[in-house]
Design a protein around this ligand. Structure first.
Ligand code: DX5
Ligand code: ZN
Length: 221
């Protein structure tokens, strides 16, 4: 079935025209705004923070904002993004000393919470916090940069995560991030993923609403 959400990553947006880019991708049919936060410490790149999230809300963005924290430590950033209007907040278990506490902090702030699993990170981290997970996010590249190639072993991991969610009857989205394109999205969906992040595949030249719609429509075919 095609009832997955599509979440373009604004990492590939033109940051000089961010409001316009986000309006265009949403009008083109995107469901969610994927917001990549990098701190030049947990990952070797530096991006955007809570002020930019707040600016998108002030600009009039009402769609869910999916904040993917690639920062360490995480708790202060969680509080800042709750205040900035985030909808979902996910973090990497290796980036906090107290995974359960950080998840609870997100939920106490009224946001949906999730863990992000790097390509080599075991899904075991999910086991004892499963009732706190609204999202399991599988990295299909090593975090830090857009435009990398999909790591094929992630498909097997997605099937394992789907089974975990179904066997435990969890109300939890299975999200994937990295290297998702028109030509591999079908097999990703077949592995049980129901939320697709795609940066460079959607947000590219000629950067028009019409062009974004062509790609997003093709991703739903
Ligand atoms: C990578 C980021 C991704 C990235 C995806 O660390 O978390 O969200 O922007 O970009 P593409 O779709 O180009 O791989
Ligand atoms: Zn991301």
């Amino acid at each position: 079935d095609k009832d997955y959400l599509i979440a373009p990553s604004i990492l590939s947006a033109n940051f000089a025209k961010l409001g316009e880019e986000v309006d265009n991708m949403l009008e083109a049919g995107a469901d969610v705004v994927h917001f990549d936060v990098m701190d030049n410490h947990y990952v070797p790149n530096l991006t955007i923070g809570p002020m930019v999230c707040k600016a998108l809300r002030d600009h009039g963005v009402t769609a869910p904002i999916d904040v993917h924290l690639m920062v360490s430590p995480v708790d202060a950033a969680i509080n800042d993004f709750i205040d900035a209007g985030a909808s979902y907040i996910t973090f990497h278990p290796e980036a906090t000393n107290h995974i359960d506490r950080s998840l609870q902090l997100i939920k106490n702030g009224g946001c949906k919470a999730g863990l992000v699993f790097n390509p080599a990170t075991s899904l075991d981290y999910a086991h004892f916090v499963k009732d706190k997970l609204d999202i399991i996010l599988l990295m299909s590249v090593n975090p830090g940069f857009g435009g990398q190639s999909f790591i094929p072993a992630t498909l097997e991991k997605a099937r394992e995560a789907r089974k975990f969610i179904d066997d435990n009857n969890l109300d939890c989205r299975l999200e994937i991030d990295g290297g998702v394109k028109v030509d591999n999205i079908k097999e990703v969906a077949e592995a049980g993923v129901d939320m697709m992040v795609a940066g460079s595949a959607i947000l590219k030249e000629p950067r028009t609403k019409e062009a974004y719609k062509v790609t997003i429509d093709a991703m739903r075919e």
